[in-house]
Design a protein around this ligand. Structure first.
Ligand SMILES: [Mg+2]
Length: 212
């Protein structure tokens, strides 16, 4: 008999919203940082990021995050995220999707909701505000909590201790299997891969749906 579900842990970017333009802005900001660091053009920096990501993926056996790729290239993680916060304007790209707001409200009446993101607190708060999802999470885990991007086993286990919930009673929801879900699954949590809002809206096929 499986443990009843108690906590849902959501990734943010690409999961609670999908916006290619915003993703591209974050990618470009990272590449500008790498370009400045290495003294190369933006297109050269983009190539470096791409090659480094591919090499790490081969070496580690899983696809790595943009943050992890940039630190591999010598970027300071705090500086990288300071730049993201200064340069990225999610206000240009995002607006509320009432279906997602209603879904999270409904889930929040039955489960403990947490956000676990590789994004920084400054952008996360702005994005949650734009999506109308602020105040719906018991706790938001951002990159500042550990300065160690997902996937990170120690950070994951510490988080589960802190929320005081066994892995088997947790459902992780994310858009990148290797970054968001592989490790949670390894420690015994349930996982749900969602790469579009339409897929996200079907998460209740896992949690069950109870209309009140
Ligand atoms: Mg994501």
């Amino acid at each position: 008999m499986s443990e009843p579900l108690r906590a849902l842990l959501f990734d943010l970017d690409g999961t609670l919203y999908v916006n290619r333009e915003l993703g591209r802005e974050i990618h470009l900001s990272a590449c500008r940082t790498i370009g400045a660091l290495k003294g190369v053009t933006l297109s050269r920096a983009e190539l470096l990021v791409k090659e480094t990501k591919e090499r790490l993926t081969t070496e580690l056996g899983y696809r790595v995050s943009l943050t992890r790729t940039c630190t591999e290239l010598g970027a300071d993680i705090r500086e990288l995220h300071r730049r993201f916060c200064q340069e990225i304007t999610p206000e240009e790209f995002l607006r509320q999707d009432p279906r997602v707001v209603e879904l999270l409200r409904r889930l929040g009446r039955r489960f403990e909701l947490y956000l676990y993101t590789n994004n920084n607190r400054c952008l996360t708060e702005r994005i949650l505000g734009l999506l109308g999802l602020d105040g719906l999470f018991r706790r938001v885990y951002s990159i500042e909590d550990s300065w160690r991007p997902k996937p990170d086993r120690e950070v994951l286990e510490e988080m589960l201790r802190e929320i005081d919930c066994p892995a088997a009673a947790c459902l992780f929801v994310g858009d990148r299997y290797d970054v968001d879900l592989l490790l949670p699954r390894t420690v015994g949590a349930r996982v749900f891969l969602s790469t579009t809002v339409e897929e996200l809206l079907t998460v209740e096929t896992i949690t069950g749906r109870y209309d009140e």
